[in-house]
Design a protein around this ligand. Structure first.
Ligand SMILES: O=C(O)CC[C@@H]1NC(=O)NC1=O
Ligand SMILES: [Fe+3]
Length: 408
């Protein structure tokens, strides 16, 4: 079947991340062939009989992994929260910063004022950092516009990033991120606007792949979250949730009852919530950079999630307020060092499980014949280096949809 391939990579050592194989799903050296953007052949070198098709490269037994998937980011935004960081380091309490107009709403003001082109230009260097690290699929949320026009503006920028750059973009409508100033006295009316205007418009324009809610005391209540999920269901949009980040409102159980793709943060997740996630196969997305940057102390219940067999994803949560850290590999390292994941779990968390968190587990996240040909060839001695070593460019080759993207 290699002869049907437009391009073949010889002598690659696959970390397949197949759930039916142990650990990384490592195999002996193989030839990997690509045909029409999909993995068409994965053949042990010892079984190989020539001749090879025109395009082939000898990778000298280097490691090949699935492309990395960053399944939870807010990487489109204008403005900066660096001054807040300075105030916080001087001991100014969060509440005072918020009273002075800081926090999410300061990013909202700057994002509303920014043109679509400016938002695009500001996002490019951030998404290019992820591309350099080996991210081949990234989820990007709205949530800093908080008007119909500005939320759709953000989602259009996200779609445009995926069209212009060598990366797959999945979009998530997070209009339920904060109550905008215009609705300060009537949050329920904002929820109604989301359900009756923004979700229908985003769905009809094909701009949103999923709908997310920040379910929290300082965000939206369980009842409001349910309303948003009901509206998303009406428009056949998948749902996700920022759940149990600072308290436990029972949001994870509600999300599981709606068949959510994932629930994210989860520091305050309890056993009832864990059972609900396990029962419905919902992905638990861990966001260690926000935990670290907020200097949180309550750890997510990783051992209980592991015991219950809940698939854990790991993501960067890139956002200007609680995770100004534009690195998925840093998030992998923190998931291990701060949350106690093993490097194997961290790798599954940014491949197979992250794909599931985006509803893409059939096409992405493993090295299997038939899957989309998104893969990375590494200059590293062992796959655990990818979670262990930070800041070194170890990519030899980054392939998206069967096309080499690093070296032209
Ligand atoms: O501070 C920001 O800009 C976003 C905070 C971020 N959003 C959310 O729902 N949880 C968070 O940590
Ligand atoms: Fe987030």
């Amino acid at each position: 079947e290699l002869l049907n391939c437009e391009r073949v990579w010889l002598n690659v050592t696959p970390a397949t991340l197949r759930p039916d194989l142990a650990d990384y799903g490592l195999l002996e050296p193989h030839a990997l062939g690509v045909h029409e953007g999909r993995i068409h052949a994965l053949v042990p070198m010892q079984d190989l009989k020539g001749p090879y098709p025109a395009h082939w490269r000898d990778m000298k037994d280097r490691l090949v992994t699935p492309g990395l998937i960053d399944c939870h980011t807010h990487l489109i935004f204008a403005g900066s929260r660096a001054e807040e960081f300075e105030l916080r380091q001087k001991g100014v309490p969060y509440a005072e910063i918020a009273r002075k107009g800081g926090g999410i709403l300061s990013t909202v003001r700057a994002t509303r004022a920014a043109s679509e082109d400016l938002l695009y230009e500001l996002a490019v260097p951030r998404i290019k950092s992820l591309i350099r690290e080996g991210v081949t699929t990234v989820e990007i949320k709205s949530g800093y516009g908080l008007t119909l026009a500005d939320e759709l503006k953000m989602l259009r920028v996200a779609r445009r990033l995926g069209e212009a750059l060598p990366i797959r973009v999945k979009t998530t409508l997070l209009a339920a991120h904060a109550v905008p100033p215009e609705y300060r006295d009537d949050p329920d009316s904002w929820v109604e606007t989301i359900c009756q205007e923004i979700i229908p418009a985003a769905a009809e324009a094909g701009l949103a792949d999923a709908v997310d809610v920040f379910c929290e005391h300082i965000g939206f209540s369980l009842a409001q979250t349910e309303q948003v999920y009901l509206a998303a269901d009406q428009y056949n949009l998948a749902v996700k949730g920022h759940m149990e980040q600072l308290s436990n409102l029972g949001g994870s159980t509600l999300a599981a009852n709606f068949g959510a793709l994932s629930v994210d943060h989860l520091e305050f997740l309890d056993q009832d919530g864990i059972q609900a996630l396990a029962h419905r196969g919902v992905v638990a997305t861990l966001l260690p950079t926000a935990f670290y940057f907020l200097k949180e102390t309550k750890l997510p219940p990783v051992a209980a999630l592991r015991k219950a067999g809940v698939p854990m994803a790991v993501s960067s949560d890139i956002n200007p307020g609680t995770a100004p850290i534009v690195s998925l590999r840093m998030a992998m390292n923190m998931a291990c060092t701060l949350f106690g994941l093993t490097p194997v779990e961290a790798m599954a968390g940014v491949t197979r499980h992250a794909a599931r968190a985006l509803g893409e587990q059939e096409r992405l996240g493993q090295l299997r014949v038939g899957m989309l040909a998104d893969f990375l060839i590494w200059n590293c001695a062992h796959p655990s280096e990818i979670s262990y070593l930070i800041g070194v460019d170890q990519l030899v080759s980054r392939v998206l949809n069967g096309e080499e993207t690093l070296h032209g």
